[in-house]
Design a protein. Structure first.
Length: 281
């Protein structure tokens, strides 16, 4: 039996183009030549004013510049990347280098994710950070893998292949037994499960928590996201675990063109940005 998850329609928080371009708009207005028109501002668009994006190394880490201007978050915070995130800074510079005449928000996924980490999760114990953790904890009770199906055979096989190892990993590493149910009620996890896993989230740095948030929204699974962020599984394995039901449907009924194939690439693109954010190189 195939069932949509409760959070299937949640929307991933996205970086608004207007917020992202706050510093860029100011810089454009300071430059000679055409500036942003009021119409363009209303439409949340920004025309490219920079010639080249670069990565600059400073004592505190790396940052991206548009010509000589530092790239900033929507809140106006200079985006500084730790010394072990040169790759992330390089990829973000590449996002901006590849923009055409008009800024395209969907082509800046890493910039969006990095800004989320800096603006949303920079201060431990902040209301924003605690509120996000509260929201993410809700996924523990509605986790996709907590609601296995008992038919068809392809679904049962794929669940065992992709979900069972993660359930065992969660038990071995955190002492948490994930409850499962085939009914409409919420699963019953082992005693203290929520408290133990909340402490894990509270112990994450801003980059890890931003990565975890995006992965939860992409996979609809607390456990898959945690395993991915902790390095237990790869982005590809996380995508397979998140799409078990879809894969079973394809095996039984075939692939729907422009639907299944698009979803296949979309989740891997989303998880790819998370992998880049987490990479230490």
């Amino acid at each position: 039996m195939f069932r949509p998850t409760i959070h299937a329609l949640r929307v991933v928080p996205r970086l608004s183009t207007r917020g992202l371009s706050t510093s860029a708009v100011r810089a454009a207005e300071d430059r000679p030549g055409p500036a942003l028109s009021q119409t363009n501002r209303a439409e949340h668009t920004l025309r490219r004013f920079w010639k080249h994006a670069h990565v600059k190394e400073e004592p505190e880490g790396f940052h991206v510049t548009l010509d000589k201007r530092a790239l900033k978050s929507p809140a106006g915070t200079k985006l500084i990347f730790p010394k072990d995130k040169r790759l992330l800074a390089t990829l973000i510079a590449n996002e901006w280098e590849n923009q055409d005449k008009v800024l395209k928000q969907h082509a800046l996924p890493l910039t969006s994710l990095a800004s989320r980490a800096v603006d949303g999760f920079g201060a431990p114990g902040s209301p924003t950070r605690e509120g996000v953790i509260d929201a993410l904890m809700e996924y523990l009770d509605t986790d996709t893998i907590a609601f296995p199906g008992d038919a068809p055979a392809a679904l049962v096989r794929l669940q065992k292949e992709h979900w069972d190892p993660l359930i065992q990993w969660l038990k071995d590493k955190y002492g948490v037994t994930l409850g499962q149910t085939t009914g409409f009620g919420l699963p019953k996890h082992s005693e203290g499960a929520a408290e133990k896993l909340r402490k894990v989230l509270e112990g994450m740095d801003s980059w890890q928590l931003a990565a975890f948030e995006r992965t939860v929204y992409a996979t609809k699974s607390f456990v898959v996201a945690l395993a991915f962020v902790e390095g237990r599984i790869s982005a590809h394995e996380a995508a397979l675990a998140a799409q078990v039901e879809v894969a079973a449907q394809i095996e039984q009924w075939g692939e729907v063109e422009d639907t299944h194939d698009v979803d296949y690439q979309d989740i891997r693109r989303s998880l790819g940005t998370v992998a880049a954010l987490l990479a230490k190189v």
